[in-house]
Write a protein that binds this ligand. Structure first.
Ligand code: NDP
Length: 285
């Protein structure tokens, strides 16, 4: 079997399942899942992410509504828009593409999204639910990684899992999901004293730091499974991860490439969360 974890192929498989479920939901209940994506400003990376989410929705039959606001929009106007979407029964998921311009308080905006429509799972209520294992939505990137590990039948229970990076959107929730699957979890970060020693104990190493190709073979144990979350654009235009793929590829048992590894899975979880939210809305009707 190839060592390369094919996130595109796994995504395609899971998205077909989602598409079938969306079709059934429309047929049986006349409910089409709807996702609203708010983009503030014209940041090129954010614009690409939003476009990819829109395309993925279209391909699976999910209705996607793009709300593009100028970078000068006031915080109140963004909050007003969210309030409107919270009350719109045809919208089951609301996502605000981050980062936001400096004059808008990100926390305030995230807190304004109804937890029932918070398909990114960033709202404090959903974060708390992840901590206690009683969640509605799973955070997109970490849940996408768990799906990849499951697809490739990587055993998590009892394994040494090291996550490098402790952000609220990747590192911390990743730690909880691996813990929930009975992994023995270590979270490393920029203040970790001996990162090489810590990382090279990992059976499963998840890297989410945002530093191009920092993690080379010296950080990786022979036979480890390496999940590279990083997306970095080099000066020559190439996209690379946080892991030096060429340096580690002969040492690992499995590795995600960049692009084509974790990235597609993040969007797949978003689609799954939107579908789930639409299904849950049936019980409220
Ligand atoms: P953040 O910048 O929020 O967090 C980075 C983390 O890495 C911090 O915890 C930081 O430590 C740690 N870190 C930074 N430098 C080092 C270092 N030299 N050694 C050890 N730890 C370090 O990033 P995100 O979690 O949001 O994203 C990480 C990467 O993943 C980015 O490249 C991003 O683009 C990508 N990403 C990809 C996604 C996908 O779908 N594939 C989704 C989300 C993100 P400290 O806390 O001490 O500062």
């Amino acid at each position: 079997m190839s060592k390369i974890i094919d996130g595109k192929a796994v995504s395609a498989y899971l998205r077909q399942e989602i598409k079938n479920e969306v079709e059934k939901l429309i047929l049986d209940h006349n409910v089409q899942p709807g996702l609203a994506v708010i983009l503030v400003g014209t940041d090129p990376a954010s614009t690409v992410y939003v476009r990819n989410k829109h395309k993925a929705c279209e391909a699976t039959g999910i209705r996607s509504v793009s709300i593009e606001l100028p970078a000068t929009v006031s915080e109140d106007e963004v909050l007003l828009k969210i309030d409107e979407l919270n009350r719109d029964d045809t919208i089951h998921g609301i996502l605000v593409q981050l980062p936001l311009p400096k004059h808008i308080d990100e926390k305030k905006v995230i807190n304004a999204i109804s937890p029932a429509k918070d398909v990114d799972a960033f709202h404090p209520e959903n974060v708390g639910r992840i901590m206690t294992g009683d969640y509605k939505f799973l955070p997109c990137t970490p849940a996408g990684i768990i799906s990849l590990l499951d697809y490739y039948k990587v055993e998590i229970e009892g394994k040494s899992c090291v996550i490098i990076g402790r952000s609220n959107i990747v590192g911390k929730p990743m730690a909880h999901l691996l813990l929930e699957r009975n992994g023995t979890v270590t979270v490393a970060h920029s203040r970790t004293k001996d990162l090489k020693a810590t990382a090279s104990q990992a059976d499963i190493l998840v890297v989410a730091i945002g530093k191009p190709e920092l993690i080379n073979s010296e950080y990786v144990k022979e036979g480890a499974v390496v999940i590279d979350v990083g997306i970095n654009r080099k000066s020559d235009g190439r996209l690379v991860g946080d892991v030096d793929f060429e340096s580690v590829k002969d040492k690992v048992s499995l590795i995600t490439p960049v692009p084509g590894g974790v990235g597609p899975m993040t969007i797949t979880t978003l689609l799954r969360n939107t579908l789930m939210s639409a299904k849950t809305s049936l019980n409220k009707a």
